[in-house]
Design a protein. Structure first.
Length: 258
């Protein structure tokens, strides 16, 4: 099987998983490209960012049609993430992203973000129980400020690693907006990921760290994978999937860090 067909198969597998569960996109594509295919970390991150922006644009359209997006929350997140992303791109543009040192930094940040994502998946409900009741009574102005700050932090981390906009973003939104239905939390998080990953991905493209043929192959597999996963596949119980995903990401993250 050629390398391009393997990229298509990878996109299909990840798309199928996302279609079944709504989880696993960004946190799987980049480490698979780095560890399984030997893609340089910078190219893996840049390619995955544009991959995420396109796939999540489709998800945003679906959530928008179902009225499960809180656009004021999306705007507050983007108010922090877009400038932070632009600033991060400006900083990293002064470095050779394909150098051994830069690859080491990106791999380490990617590994740390995967470990954080694993913790967010595994302990989401416990974190919500501990912090949700306290944050529920927080003044509205403070909640809005923390939402924008969350966007800024995600902007920096996602631009460097391509990971964090999903599981980490949803976990923080659950803490900040505990009374909001889960569907709106997820919809708002997906909608915010579109401008974040699009700006970051285009920035990486300008820096020469996007592999366009690889991106096309991934999308060629992921689009039918998402459709089939959503329409035909049996959904995996959340109680089973969450620990499996958390352990998998923790192992992969540990491999990249150590």
């Amino acid at each position: 099987m050629s390398v391009q067909l393997l990229y298509v198969a990878t996109g299909f597998f990840v798309g199928l998983l996302v279609g079944q569960t709504g989880m696993g996109g960004g946190s799987l594509v980049t480490p698979i490209l780095v560890l399984a295919f030997g893609v340089p970390p910078a190219a893996a991150v840049g390619t995955d960012l544009l991959y995420a922006s396109i796939t999540k644009a489709v998800g945003t359209a679906v959530h928008g049609a179902n009225h499960t997006i809180r656009w004021p929350i999306v705007a507050r997140l983007a108010l922090g993430s877009v400038p932070a992303t632009a600033l991060t791109l400006l900083v990293i543009s002064h470095f050779d992203l394909h150098s051994r040192a830069a690859s080491g930094v990106i791999s380490t940040v990617l590994g740390v973000m995967l470990l954080i994502t694993a913790i967010a998946l595994l302990f989401r409900r416990r974190l919500q129980d501990l912090g949700g009741s306290r944050l529920a009574d927080m003044p509205t102005r403070q909640t809005r400020m923390l939402t924008t700050l969350t966007g800024a932090v995600l902007g920096v981390l996602v631009t460097i690693s391509s990971v964090g906009a999903g599981a980490v973003g949803v976990t923080v939104l659950l803490l900040l907006y505990p009374r909001l239905p889960m569907a709106r939390i997820v919809g708002s998080d997906i909608a915010h990921a579109v401008p974040l990953t699009l700006v970051a991905g285009l920035g990486h493209w300008m820096l020469g760290s996007v592999n366009v043929p690889m991106l096309a192959s991934l999308l060629m597999g992921s689009i039918p994978g998402i459709v089939l996963g959503s329409l035909f596949a049996v959904r995996v119980p959340d109680a089973v999937l969450r620990p499996v995903m958390a352990v998998t990401l923790a192992v992969v993250g540990g491999t990249l860090v150590f």
